[in-house]
Design a binder for this molecule. Structure first.
Ligand code: ZN
Length: 177
């Protein structure tokens, strides 16, 4: 049902939207999550948010270790109890070729529902905390450019322009009049 799903790239406008809550926990949600894990693995990511496959719903998948048993689906997530600060390099599957030093909370609590709608809560003060914050940003249309420092922004400029040109080229051509 979701075989054709692809990772969308900057500047696709769906990456900038605020996503809506998931209300129905059905087989289709499970199928979507399974396909998102496939894409995440294929492109060697540690997380993937629904807007990155063009669906503006509040869901992301993550696996900070790469171990199959550590796959986890976060539906309608909330972040709280942010503590401390930590800087590290981040990339994004929707911004290929760009990486930047991003300041995040060191420790965070995440409350979410699983694919069946069951609530759960996790706490991390390590890499998973960073992944959750990155993916959560996607659900509000926030991207790395919004959080990177001025030097990284300048460094990313050329790559962003290339992505923008590619996006323009792929759009259906308007007839000249
Ligand atoms: Zn991302």
């Amino acid at each position: 049902m979701y075989e054709d799903l692809k990772i969308i790239l900057w500047p696709d406008p769906r990456l900038r939207k605020t996503s809506r809550p998931v209300e129905v926990f059905d087989d289709s949600l499970a199928a979507l999550s399974a396909r998102m894990f496939e894409l995440m693995r294929e492109f060697k990511g540690v997380g993937l948010a629904a807007p990155q496959v063009g669906l503006n719903i509040r869901l992301f998948v993550a696996n900070p270790t790469g171990e199959p048993g550590d796959n986890r689906i976060f539906v309608n997530p909330h972040l709280s109890d942010a503590e401390g600060e930590a800087e590290a390099d981040e990339g994004c599957l929707s911004l290929p070729g760009i990486d930047a030093t991003i300041l995040r909370s060191k420790s965070i609590t995440i409350r979410a529902q699983d694919v069946k709608g069951q609530p759960f809560e996790l706490v991390s003060d390590d890499f998973p905390a960073r992944v959750w914050q990155h993916e959560f940003d996607h659900l509000n249309g926030t991207l790395l450019m919004d959080r990177m420092g001025p030097a990284d922004k300048i460094a990313a400029k050329k790559k962003l322009r290339e992505l923008e040109e590619k996006f323009e080229e792929a759009l259906p051509k308007k007839k000249k009049s």
